[in-house]
Design a protein around this ligand. Structure first.
Ligand SMILES: Cc1cc2nc3c(=O)[nH]c(=O)nc-3n(C[C@H](O)[C@H](O)[C@H](O)COP(=O)(O)OP(=O)(O)OC[C@H]3O[C@@H](n4cnc5c(N)ncnc54)[C@H](O)[C@@H]3O)c2cc1C
Ligand SMILES: *[C@@H]1O[C@H](CO)[C@@H](O)[C@H](O)[C@H]1NC(C)=O
Ligand SMILES: *[C@@H]1O[C@H](CO)[C@@H](O)[C@H](O)[C@H]1NC(C)=O
Ligand SMILES: *[C@@H]1O[C@H](CO)[C@@H](O)[C@H](O)[C@H]1NC(C)=O
Ligand SMILES: *[C@@H]1O[C@H](CO)[C@@H](O)[C@H](O)[C@H]1NC(C)=O
Ligand SMILES: *[C@@H]1O[C@H](CO)[C@@H](O)[C@H](O)[C@H]1NC(C)=O
Ligand SMILES: *[C@@H]1O[C@H](CO)[C@@H](O)[C@H](O)[C@H]1NC(C)=O
Ligand SMILES: *[C@@H]1O[C@H](CO)[C@@H](O)[C@H](O)[C@H]1NC(C)=O
Length: 479
């Protein structure tokens, strides 16, 4: 169903060259696929659709660079590189092939081993907390894998085969703390928490299947030596997405967001605005692929959502995650200061802070630079997150936990990044009422397809694998 406004709008725009002035019609571009969001899932889809499936594409990204949660920071003083967002790429699906085709050399990822001090950041009290012996951690992680591996295909790379409500394995819906106790895998939890579970706040209360989407089989297999993880050989994760940016060239619209859209069963029309030039461009495409979090409010509002879509998306709740690099001589080189509640000592592996909180100060291997990570809810903004870090820093300073003689109360921020909203999840009741079936039913409706972490796991390379499954479905019926 081709609306007359399409024809009129495009004919007019082609006849004029003076785009951008308030009264002239926008530029019009025709593409097979328009993709919104140049992070993990959007970039991978853009490359594959254009290069492997021969489709013309436009990729819309609101920032000046591609890569989403990747945060590579170059220290202006030393020229050294620091990663304070995404750390590692797990060897899932054809992840190595993606690096190879972009000409980005890989090396195995090795996490820094830091000497950790456990402190209750609310009070500054140093805790006599001890990790389980490594052998016990590994045994528990193996047990964890044994339990979850039969269910992995229900969750990853996406919810394509998620069971009907009465067939959902009960364990997947348990609070994670109960799941852990039931299977006696307490000794695996500190590692799960520190690697990625912390994005969910107090993970013991979280529904088990969401913990598995943040830390699942691929992560656990790396821990026990059955899987690999890697990073660019340069050590700079942004190099991967910069290489994709070079390949995609002018098919990417940077600093751009959708300001208006119209979606029909035969095509979509989206108008994007460049935040710098204010110039509007209208893209008419056969398919729309949405690769941003479907969070409520301004972000996806211009997507011309219908009632079904709004009802589904309004059920999601999110964690806001912030990351930053600070410079402080009061924090000791080579150290990690980890925030735990007092009752975690001496060996309670099921007690973690409640959001909002600053999870840690981790030495970054150069100068006096430390990585911080704040977990928040929807109410936490950039300023609150920075304040939380400042507060926890002062608490540690006043309690005498930091380097003796260093009294500087001010944190110097070298870099800061707001990653929220992320970890989209719904209630147990909604899952049991068939949420994921209904969510996947909107795939393809009005020429629109959906990718990204809300539809899959919160792992870069699992999202790439999800795209591999989605793309052929999305191209069905396209000549
Ligand atoms: C601190 C941190 C560390 C992490 N570490 C790892 C790790 O080590 N390994 C791993 O595998 N995963 C890691 N993750 C998780 C992983 O990065 C995410 O799951 C993944 O990036 C999600 O991909 P996505 O495509 O859904 O969204 P994103 O990667 O967030 O991409 C969304 C993109 O859309 C853009 N955008 C948003 N709104 C709009 C709009 N309205 N218009 C246009 N563009 C828009 C954004 O700027 C962004 O570029 C980490 C996440 C965080 C926050
Ligand atoms: C761009 O599009 C938006 C939404 O349709 C509109 O409000 C705005 O006036 C347009 N701007 C220009 C410069 O045409
Ligand atoms: C993996 O990616 C590479 C590079 O794009 C490609 O040549 C290869 O065919 C892919 N392998 C599979 C199994 O898809
Ligand atoms: C870690 O630091 C503490 C306190 O500074 C010190 O006592 C301990 O020996 C260190 N452990 C290692 C393994 O370096
Ligand atoms: C710390 O706790 C361990 C038990 O986990 C105990 O053996 C040790 O004595 C405690 N140390 C201090 C200083 O309290
Ligand atoms: C920090 O660790 C590095 C590498 O192990 C070591 O060379 C250096 O001496 C340590 N610095 C301090 C202050 O402990
Ligand atoms: C985290 O959740 C568990 C389980 O409900 C609870 O026992 C614990 O007290 C919580 N942690 C904090 C810091 O509140
Ligand atoms: C801390 O920083 C604030 C804001 O930059 C400044 O006003 C204040 O004087 C600084 N305090 C110290 C002790 O340096």
């Amino acid at each position: 169903m081709l609306l007359p406004s399409f024809i009129v709008g495009s004919a007019l725009a082609l006849a004029t060259t003076a785009a951008g002035s308030p009264c002239s019609p926008p530029n019009v571009v025709h593409k097979d696929i328009v993709i919104v969001g140049g992070g993990a899932s959007g970039v991978y889809a853009a490359v594959r659709l254009r290069e492997d499936f021969g489709k013309s594409i436009a990729l819309i990204e609101k920032r000046e660079i591609l890569g989403g949660h990747v945060d590579s920071f170059t220290d202006p003083e030393t020229g050294g590189n620091i990663e304070f967002g995404v750390q590692a790429f797990l060897d899932v699906g054809n992840a190595t092939g993606f690096f190879d085709r972009l000409g980005v050399a890989r090396r195995p990822f090795a996490a820094e081993r830091l000497n950790s001090t456990y402190i209750d950041f609310e009070t500054g009290k140093v805790l006599n907390f001890t990790l389980p012996p490594m052998a016990d951690q590994l045994a528990a992680m193996n047990k964890f894998l044994q339990v979850i591996e039969p269910w992995e295909r229900l969750l990853q790379p996406g919810y394509f085969d998620f069971p009907d409500p009465d067939e959902i394995p009960g364990d997947l819906l348990l609070p994670f703390g109960e799941f852990v106790t039931k299977h006696g895998i307490e000794n695996a939890v500190p590692r799960i928490y520190s690697i990625s579970g912390l994005g969910l706040g107090n993970i013991t209360n979280e529904i088990t299947m969401y913990v598995l989407q943040a830390f699942g089989g691929p992560n656990a297999r790396v821990v026990v030596g059955r899987g690999r993880s890697f990073e660019p050989a340069s050590g700079r994760n942004q190099d991967l997405y910069d290489a994709a940016a070079r390949l995609l060239g002018s098919d990417v619209h940077y600093s751009s967001t959708i300001v208006d859209s119209h979606r029909t069963d035969s095509k979509v029309r989206v108008t994007v605005q460049d935040a710098n030039t204010k110039i509007n461009t209208t893209i008419i495409a056969k398919r729309l692929l949405v690769a941003i979090e479907p969070s409520r409010g301004r972000n996806i509002q211009p997507l011309d959502l219908d009632e079904d879509e709004l009802n589904l998306f309004n059920k999601f709740r999110y964690t806001s995650r912030f990351a930053g690099v600070i410079d402080s001589k009061a924090l000791a080189v080579n150290k990690s200061y980890v925030n735990l509640p007092a009752n975690a000592a001496p060996n309670n592996y099921l007690s973690y802070p409640e959001v909002p909180f600053n999870a840690r100060f981790d030495y970054l291997g150069t100068g006096h630079y430390f990585r911080v990570g704040v977990m928040g809810n929807h109410a936490v903004r950039d300023d609150n997150a920075k304040q939380l870090v400042q507060q926890s820093y002062e608490t540690l300073l006043d309690a005498g936990d930091l380097v003796p003689g260093e009294t500087d109360r001010n944190i110097t921020w070298k870099a800061f990044s707001a990653h929220g909203p992320m970890y989209a999840r719904v209630s147990r009741e909604d899952i049991q009422a068939g949420f994921y079936k209904r969510l996947y039913e909107i795939q393809g409706r009005r020429s629109t397809w959906w990718t990204g972490a809300a539809w899959s796991a919160h792992i870069q390379t699992v999202l790439w694998k999800y795209d591999d499954v989605l793309i052929p479905k999305m191209l069905e019926g396209l000549e």
